[in-house]
Ligand binder design. Structure first.
Ligand code: KIV
Ligand code: ZN
Length: 393
């Protein structure tokens, strides 16, 4: 089956980094960028060059050192932003200037305080200027999903005519729902002259918990670039989580038949590195990379997984680089899981011994949330035997 290519645009270092608790030092950004290179993302948005000296240097250093992914810098539709982005990207192997300009009336009126006509003029001028520096220019009508569709089409047509190579439709405030977001891509495909010469891109925020669903809907409607972040970090409720989109495409190839060049086994190491660098970790129940994503506590689940992981796992931990699935032993666990874990710890118990151990285990589990290996060893050593079978003290 022919599978179309989807390009992963990672904005962990820009949209992610600009959110509370996520700022990184220069050296940390470089470490993260190198890991994104190992993961195989197609584009790294390394920062917003005009925003600060630190951001400028980050874009410049990433552009100098990272090879493989294209390096992008964000810029407002202003001359000073675009020239700063172009300078920061000078040493990139391949570069992109990413221009954003509000298109919704609420943003034009209250944030930018400019008319629609002025915005159209800025779109035209900024894309032309950016094209005089680089051959790859992305244009984002900010708050696209709350923009009057006719005006959105007018602005996008101007950006395409001025030479934009990527048109991104940001769901800036995470307002859209999947079907509606997909329709916006259809609208552009029907209305914009020359749309087949540009790549369409989606950029979704997670305010209503739909960032990944909206991104997948956009891809099905023709977007071939997906903008996302590791662990879904980003403004407010975050951006679409890269690892969730990648895992969904792998597990549901039947419904999402797209190609990409990500090394899936680098998803977890990348998530872990980000966790090490910023102030918080993904919630334990976070899909794909959360600490519970491959853990099983309920006895019936543990028994099933030990017999055949497919009973309760739609992908193996190894696929996404998680070292192993963890059976969390707690009061819901059964004899089977306890015996299995004790076996791994070197205690091959007879049936009667396992009954004894299980009684003590349940008593401990009633007092504690989780039962750790040390607890199990203490149970066996106190009540059954001092050392594992086949080992000497
Ligand atoms: O959410 C947004 O609108 C953005 C743009 C700058 C692309 O991050
Ligand atoms: Zn954003």
């Amino acid at each position: 089956m022919h599978r179309e290519r989807v390009f992963f645009f990672d904005t962990t270092l820009r949209d992610g980094e600009q959110s509370p608790g996520c700022s990184m030092y220069m050296a940390e950004k470089l470490r993260m960028a190198r890991q994104l290179e190992s993961l195989g993302v197609d584009i790294i948005e390394a920062g917003f060059a005009i925003a600060s000296e630190g951001d400028f240097t980050a874009v410049e250093q990433v552009a100098r050192t990272v090879r493989g992914p294209r390096i992008a810098s964000l810029a407002r539709a202003k001359e000073e932003d675009i020239t700063a982005a172009a300078r920061a990207l000078e040493h990139a192997e391949r570069s992109r200037i990413h221009i954003f300009l509000a298109s919704s009336d609420i943003h034009l009126k209250y944030k930018l305080k400019i008319s629609r006509a002025q915005a159209l003029e800025q779109a035209d001028q900024s894309v032309r200027l950016a094209r005089s520096y680089v051959d790859d220019v992305e244009f984002s009508p900010e708050d696209a999903t709350r923009t009057d569709p006719d005006f959105l089409c007018t602005m996008v047509q101007i950006a395409v005519d001025a030479g934009a190579t990527i048109i991104n439709l940001p769901d800036t405030v995470g307002y859209s729902v999947p079907l509606e977001y997909a329709e916006l891509f259809q609208l552009l495909k029907n209305k914009i002259r020359g749309i087949d010469k540009v790549m369409l891109s989606c950029h979704c925020h997670n305010d209503l918990g739909m960032a990944v669903a909206n991104s997948l809907a956009a891809i099905e409607a023709g977007a071939r670039q997906v903008e996302c972040t590791i662990n879904g970090i980003g403004e407010r409720a975050g951006n679409a989580a890269l690892e969730e989109i990648a895992a969904a495409m792998h597990v549901r190839q039947d419904k999402l038949p797209y190609q990409h060049v990500l090394a899936l086994d680098q998803l977890y190491p990348t998530s872990q590195l980000l966790t090490e660098l910023i102030a918080f970790s993904p919630s334990p129940n976070k899909a794909v990379v959360g600490s519970n994503a491959f853990s099983h506590e309920a006895g019936i689940h543990q028994h099933g997984v030990l017999s055949n992981p497919l009973c309760y796992e739609i992908m193996t931990p190894a696929l996404v680089g998680v070292p192993m699935n963890r059976m969390v032993l707690g009061k819901h666990s059964g004899r089977h899981a306890l015996g299995h874990r004790l076996g791994e710890l070197g205690y091959a118990l007879e049936r009667e011994e396992l009954d004894v151990a299980y009684g003590h285990f349940i008593a401990v589990a009633d007092r504690k949330k989780s039962v750790y290996d040390q607890d199990l060893i203490a149970i066996v050593q106190t009540h059954l035997r001092p050392v594992p079978s086949g080992r000497t003290a």
